[in-house]
Ligand binder design. Structure first.
Ligand code: TEU
Ligand code: CA
Length: 556
C-alpha cells in the first residue's frame, strides 16, 4: 500500500469556542489556542482540525459563515491566525480548516445580494423556487426541524436551507459559485494550511427534480438530508475541486458525508478516484438510535457496532481510506456513551475505547477532552443548552408533540445532545476549569475538579498518558497504520476481538466492552497464552480472565 503522511497522522479536533479563553470574555480564542500548543505537542498529535474560525453570526456556532476570508472577532484577528499557523508548524503540527460550503450564513454578502431581487447577479448563488399551490415547493424538512424552505415575501419565492433558516444552501449547479469556492480554498492553501474537513459535503448536489419525499420526521416532513445525500453530481463537483485546488497541494482532505455507504465511500475516498483522502461515515453513530432517531435511550448492542466497524474496515481495505472517530462536536462523550463514566470505571473504560479505535486501520481523530476522559454534562434545564438542534428538538418533543416529559427529554439530552461535547475544556481544578477568568459561554462540567488536564499530564496512569502512548505506538509500528483487519467472534456481546496483520507480524486486540469479568473463549486463550509480548494494556498486570473494560493488545 502506498504510504501517505495523512494515513499515518493522528488528528486532534479543536472546537475553538470551548478550548481556551485568553481574555476573560468567556469565549475560547486563537491566543488561547496558541498558549496550549505545547500541550498538544506533548500529546503527540500531528494535525489539528479546527471547527470553523471564520466570521459568523453564530446561529450554528460558526457553521453559518458570513465571510470565508475573515476570522470571527471573538476568536481574534487574521494576524492571530497567521501566528497560530506559524507556531503550530514550528512544532511539527499541521492545520486543517473546516470548509462549510454546502451553505453560507444568511448574513453573507452573497445572500444579502441574492435576496434583493430576482434579477440580482447573486440570485442564482442560492436555490430559489416558486411556491407550489401557495405553499412550500416540496415537503422537505430541515435537519434542525421545520421546513427546509424559507419564504421571502419581497420576491415571493422560497429559498432552500437544509440546516437552520440562517444557513441558506449554495447552488452548486452554478459554475460561478464553484469558482468562488475554489478561489477561496486556493487562498487558504496559499496561506499554508494543510487540509480541509468538508462539512456535509455529501449534500451539495441536489436532485434533478424537486419533488415530495416520504414523510419521516417527527414534525411531519421528509428529511431533506436523505433526499440530497450523494446527489447526482457530487462526485463530478469533487473531481473539479480536486483538479482546481486539492491536487495542487499536499493536503489532508476529509469529507463529512452523512448518508454515505461503503460503495459511495470508495468513490469519495478511493485511492485513484481523484476526490478526497477519506470520509467521516455515520453508520456507527446510529447504532443507538431508534424510532425517535438520536433522541432515544437505546443501549449499545455490541455485535451491531462490530458489524458496522468491520464492514468499513474490510470493504475499504486496499481501495479507500477510513477515518476513525468516536467523538466530535456533534456527538456525546464516548466514555459516557459506550463506556462507563462512574468513578470506578471511567478511566479504565476510556482507555479501552481508545485502544479499540486506535488499533483499527484508518486515520484516528481525537476530539478535545476525549484524551482526558471528559464526560457528558448533567443537563436538567433547557436553559443550560445553547445548541440550536437541542433547543428545537426540545420544543418538538416536549412542548409540541408531548412525546417526552421535560425530565425524560433532559435525560436524553444529557445522553445524546451536541452540547455534551461543547462544554469548556477542563484544564485544571481552578475556577471555570482554568478555561476562562470570565463567565464561560456554556457551563463547565462540574466534574472539572476531578477530570482535568493538569492532574493527568504527569500521571503515567492517566487517560492522557494512555492516549499519548497509543499515538506514539502508531508512529513506531507500521502494522497499526497499514495492517489488515480481521474480526473474530462477531456475535460475542461483550468482547470486541480483532487482529491486524502486516507481512509476518500480527496483533491481537481484545477489548471487554462490559463491566463484567469475562472468560476468554478456549481457542482465544490458546493464542493469548502463547503471545510474543504485549503491545499495550489498560490494566497494569495480567490475569486469567478479562476484567471489567479490560483491553489488551498482544503480539501473536
Ligand atoms: O453536521 C452535519 C450533520 O450531518 C448533522 O446532521 C449532524 O449529524 C447533527 O448535528 C448530529 O445531530 C455538520 C456539522 O458538523 C454540524 O455541527 C453543523 O451543525 C451542520 O453540519 C451544519 O453545518
Ligand atoms: Ca476570549
Amino acid at each position: 500500500m502506498q504510504r501517505k503522511w495523512w494515513k499515518e497522522a493522528v488528528v486532534y479536533q479543536i472546537y475553538p469556542k470551548s478550548f481556551m479563553d485568553s481574555n476573560g470574555d468567556g469565549i475560547g480564542d486563537l491566543p488561547g489556542i496558541i498558549s496550549k500548543l505545547n500541550y498538544l505537542k506533548e500529546l503527540g498529535i500531528s494535525v489539528i482540525w479546527f471547527s470553523p474560525l471564520y466570521q459568523s453570526p453564530n446561529k450554528d456556532n460558526g457553521y453559518d459563515i458570513s465571510d470565508y476570508q475573515a476570522i470571527q472577532e471573538s476568536f481574534g484577528t487574521m494576524e492571530d491566525f497567521d501566528r497560530m499557523l506559524d507556531e503550530a508548524h514550528k512544532r511539527g503540527i499541521k492545520i486543517v480548516m473546516d470548509l462549510v460550503v454546502n451553505h453560507t450564513s444568511d448574513q453573507h454578502q452573497w445572500f444579502i445580494e441574492s435576496k434583493k431581487s430576482k434579477d440580482n447577479p447573486y440570485r442564482d448563488y442560492y436555490i430559489w423556487k416558486d411556491p407550489k399551490d401557495g405553499k412550500e415547493p416540496t415537503n422537505w424538512g430541515g435537519c434542525f426541524g421545520g421546513s427546509a424552505w424559507q419564504y421571502d415575501g419581497e420576491t415571493e419565492q422560497y429559498y432552500l436551507h437544509q440546516f437552520a433558516i440562517g444557513q441558506p444552501d449554495l447552488n452548486w449547479e452554478n459554475a460561478v459559485v464553484r469558482k468562488e469556492v475554489f478561489d477561496m480554498m486556493n487562498w487558504w492553501c496559499e496561506k499554508g494550511i494543510d487540509g480541509f474537513r468538508m462539512d456535509v459535503i455529501s449534500l451539495i448536489s441536489k436532485p434533478d427534480v424537486y419533488e415530495d419525499g416520504p414523510i419521516n420526521t417527527e414534525d411531519g416532513y421528509s428529511a431533506v438530508g436523505a433526499i440530497t445525500a450523494n446527489g447526482p453530481r457530487v462526485h463530478e463537483y469533487l473531481k473539479m475541486m480536486n483538479e482546481e485546488v486539492l491536487s495542487k497541494y499536499d493536503l489532508l482532505t476529509v469529507g463529512e458525508t452523512s448518508g454515505v455507504t461503503t460503495e459511495e465511500a470508495k468513490q469519495y475516498a478511493g485511492f485513484n478516484t481523484g476526490e478526497l483522502n477519506m470520509v467521516f461515515q455515520f453508520e456507527h453513530m446510529d447504532v443507538d438510535s431508534d424510532e425517535h432517531g438520536k433522541w432515544t435511550m437505546k443501549q449499545l448492542y455490541l455485535p451491531a457496532l462490530k458489524e458496522i466497524m468491520s464492514k468499513w474496515q474490510t470493504e475499504l481495505a486496499d481501495q479507500a481510506w477510513n477515518s476513525l472517530y468516536w467523538d466530535n462536536h456533534d456527538q456525546p462523550r464516548i466514555v459516557s456513551r459506550w463506556g462507563n463514566d462512574s468513578e470506578q470505571y471511567r478511566v479504565i473504560s476510556a482507555k479501552m475505547l481508545a485502544t479499540c479505535l486506535h488499533m483499527m486501520q484508518g486515520t484516528p481523530y481525537i476530539y478535545q477532552g476525549e484524551e482526558l476522559g471528559m464526560t457528558n454534562y448533567p443537563f436538567t434545564e433547557i436553559e443550560q443548552a445553547d445548541d440550536i438542534e437541542i433547543i428545537n428538538n426540545y420544543h418538538t418533543y416536549v412542548e409540541e408533540k408531548g412525546i417526552y416529559t421535560h425530565e425524560q427529554m433532559m435525560e436524553i439530552i444529557s445522553r445524546k445532545g451536541r452540547d455534551n461535547a461543547r462544554t469548556p475544556m477542563q484544564w485544571n481544578d481552578s475556577e471555570n476549569a482554568g478555561f476562562s477568568t470570565g463567565i464561560p459561554w456554556l457551563g463547565v462540567n462540574p466534574n472539572y475538579t476531578v477530570i482535568n488536564a493538569e492532574s493527568q499530564i504527569h500521571d503515567k496512569d492517566s487517560v492522557f498518558s494512555y492516549y499519548k502512548e497509543l499515538i506514539r505506538l502508531r508512529k513506531e509500528h507500521d502494522i497499526i497504520v497499514y495492517g489488515k483487519y480481521e474480526l473474530l467472534y462477531p456475535q460475542d456481546e461483550k468482547l470486541y476481538v480483532f487482529t491486524r496483520t502486516l507481512e509476518e507480524k500480527k496483533l491481537l486486540v481484545v477489548c471487554n466492552f462490559s463491566k463484567d469479568t469475562v472468560e476468554l473463549p478456549e481457542d482465544l486463550k490458546k493464542q493469548t497464552g502463547m503471545n510474543k509480548g504485549i503491545l499495550i494494556q489498560n490494566y497494569s498486570d495480567e490475569s486469567e480472565v478479562l476484567r471489567p473494560y479490560e483491553a489488551i493488545v498482544y503480539w501473536v
